[in-house]
Design a protein around this ligand. Sequence first.
Ligand code: GTR
Length: 322
Amino acid sequence: MRTFTKTLLCLSLALGASAGIAQTKLRAWNIHPDGYPVTEAMKSFAEQVGKATQNRYQIEIFSNGSLGDQPKAVQMLKSGEIDLAEFSSGPLSDAVPGIKVLNLPFLFTDSAHMFRHLDGKLGERFAANLKSAGFVVLGWYDGGGRSFYCAKPINTLKDLSGANIRVQQSEIYIEMVKLMDAKPVALPFKDVLGALQEGKVDCAENNMPSYESTGHYKVAKNVFVTNHVVSAEALVVSTKLWDKLSTEDKAAFSAAGQKSATLMRALWTNRVATALELTTKQGSTFVKPRDVSPMVRRMSPLYGKYMADPTTREELLTIIAK
Ligand code: GTR
């Protein structure tokens, strides 16, 4: 019986190989739930790769950070435990210092400004930095403008001083909050709601789609609309997998990545609007600082640091110039 099963298996493998239908299953990491723009764009990416490669590549998406938080997923991608992921530039930049500049507060005025750079020469430079660290960018996704939100009312920057503010596990975010005279508390994304509910943190900061999808708005109803970081996100594949792909398959992955980025950005714009509508209906209030320049001034040690660093100065100057 055993010999018979083995023979059958060998036969089907041989037949599969000769027919060119060997299938490779790939694992993709994602932190967001179903219906979120990132998740839907990744699904469409997986579908297109499947179609373009006659299902030789089947991508399974593990959503909701079910395989671990982002710093862990960054390591998993490097070690080959996962093949693809959608990362936000905050935690990713600790592994790839060459993209740190992307997280500088008040660097981009909005997503359109950011994509003018990411879809051009600068994006290619950041992608090259990422590639040399093991990540091949297939598409730049939108992380939108991030703002602070707290359980207590926030009307001025001074109201944030001394507050415990949840930040991403990312050095530059930690430094930013320290410069505001507040206390950074670095926590995984999935732990933020609990920390807000238990009063372990007073505030957090994020874009409006995540503010809504996580339910943070149920506890932290006071949004201080700083848009302090317009954040970049990226769909990436490991260089380990990339190097194994044929030229045609690389082209199929790249085309699917680009298409998924276009879809993601469109879904994002809608989701920002619906998140604002829903959270407003649920009682969130939005206060716009009259002038963000006091906060910008506080960030000057960060700007100084990146201007002094020859690996980031040029990128910074390019962005400031346009
Ligand atoms: C979201 C982003 C996630 C993650 C999260 C966080 O906006 O899409 O990748 O960075 O913020 O704050 O941890």
